[in-house]
Design a protein around this ligand. Structure first.
Ligand code: GLN
Length: 449
């Protein structure tokens, strides 16, 4: 723990942590030592991890990377972080993210952007984004500041930063991990998951995070399998779907090449690639950017200056609300709240929100039909490698397009894992995504491993 804390201190320029908890970590490490000596070690005993600052942690400031929660210290612990603690993992602190997990670059954080530990071969001095929203988690794992980190994924926030930083991350099936105590973004999509260097590390960590929780009505009462045991190395006879619709005309040659490489590896290991159709893929992005902001605008109504965090006084209640929210929320969060409020408003609800729900159903149905023919689906994780911190897309819609391969999985609630699969021409990590049937993380892990 001490060695990892030293690395955390030596790499503050990455801005991966919002809050470091060195003292409690050392105390927890001592307690872990005692447990090990008495033969009572848990599955993750003594392993230093980081926790995305979207998970409420008892007595430790939890900001969601927003000014509005800048001084919020929860009196309770999220189920997932409590489970990790119970398994013996040692948290070194709270990791940076996009504000309220809204973003793909980590640049929307009120605590400043995170820097990707990777650089381009052609220009080692240009700083790159780690992806988002779990950018602090991905950067901390990639820079070896922690052995694993929690992430959350609403539309790609575990998988895309994992790909940008050359690590592994899995968004489990919706309902696999409890959402209780995680600051809500879009409740029908939000899901916690592990980010770590290897598939095996993710399997180990997910085993400690997952499980039914009566405090989250959408958590599913199913036994948690031994995910590590699924890593048999044998994928002979498995059918791997390759969706035609994920090959848009503009797909870059290097992304195409890493995807073809992945297909080849699986074929050589005895699996059978099968072309499949997911016909409603092109509607996924617009559907997500209606559903997610709608739920966000409803969830974020609770930041009213009364119940949590920051308050800016005003002459009336309305003025206090307005001033608090104007000062507390950054531009991306305000944009989402406005879109969400619009699509839920009386005159537009049927045209946008209700329609999006129907399209979401069609997208899920595409996957259901595909999984009658294949066991797992292989796609790229993101259409680009990490982009520059200073030259990332300025307009929000271009930024949103980065989620094109991860969002359909989220809308369908399916497990999706990103693993490092190669390097771009300029030496940056590229990821491949494996998508599985509902609650079949085991096959996803087996194929990835
Ligand atoms: N980039 C997507 C968004 O901005 C996904 C974020 C996430 O998964 N939390 O909404």
């Amino acid at each position: 723990t001490r060695a990892f804390l030293d690395r955390v201190a030596a790499h503050r320029a990455l801005n991966a942590f919002i809050t470091e908890t060195a003292e409690p970590a050392l105390a927890a490490a001592a307690a872990s030592d005692a447990r090990r000596k008495s033969g009572q070690a848990g599955a993750m005993d003594g392993l230093p991890i980081g926790v995305k600052d979207l998970f409420c942690t008892e007595g430790v400031r939890t900001t969601a990377a927003s000014k509005i929660l800048g001084d919020f210290t929860p009196p309770y612990e999220s189920t997932v972080s409590a489970k990790l603690k119970a398994a013996g993992a040692i948290s070194l602190g709270k990791l940076n993210l996009d504000e309220f997990a809204m973003g793909s670059s980590n640049k929307t954080s009120a605590f400043g952007p995170v820097v990707n530990p990777w650089t381009r071969r052609s220009d080692r001095s240009a700083r790159l984004v780690p992806g988002g929203s779990s950018g602090g988690s991905a950067a901390a794992v990639a820079a070896r500041l922690v052995l694993g980190a929690t992430g959350t994924d609403t539309g790609g926030s575990i998988r895309q930063p994992a790909a940008f930083c050359g690590i592994t991350g899995i968004k489990p099936t919706y309902g696999r991990c409890s959402r209780w105590g995680i600051v809500a973004f879009a409740s029908s999509l939000d899901q916690a998951g592990p980010m770590a260097r290897t598939v095996r590390d993710c399997a180990l960590m997910l085993g400690s995070m997952a499980g039914f929780d009566p405090k989250d009505s959408t958590s599913v009462d199913r036994a948690v399998p031994d995910f590590e045991a699924a890593l048999t190395g044998d994928i002979r006879g498995l059918r791997v779907g390759i969706p035609r619709q994920y090959r848009p005309d503009g797909l870059s040659a290097e992304i195409q090449a890493v995807w073809d490489q992945g297909i080849d590896w699986l074929r050589q290991a005895g699996a059978e690639p099968v072309e499949i159709d997911l016909p409603h893929t092109k509607y996924a992005l617009p559907t997500y950017y209606i559903v997610a902001p709608a739920e966000a605008s409803s969830n974020l109504a609770r930041y009213d200056g009364l119940r949590f965090g920051q308050r800016v006084p005003g002459k009336s209640l309305d003025e206090m609300y307005a001033k608090t929210r104007a000062a507390g929320f950054g531009p991306e969060v305000r944009r989402r709240i406005m879109i969400g409020t619009y699509v839920l408003s009386a005159g537009y609800y049927d045209a946008y929100y209700a329609k999006a729900q129907k399209v979401r159903r069609l997208i899920a149905e595409d996957f259901r039909q595909a999984f009658e023919r294949v066991d797992v689906i292989l796609t790229p994780t993101a259409p680009t490698p990490a982009f520059g911190l200073d030259d990332s897309p300025a307009d929000p819609v271009t930024m949103w397009l980065n989620d094109v391969f991860t969002i359909p999985t989220s809308l369908a609630g399916l497990p999706g894992l990103s693993l490092p699969a190669g390097l771009s021409g300029d030496g940056l990590p590229l990821g491949l995504q494996l998508i599985g049937r509902p609650f079949d993380e085991e096959t996803v892990f087996r194929v990835a491993g």
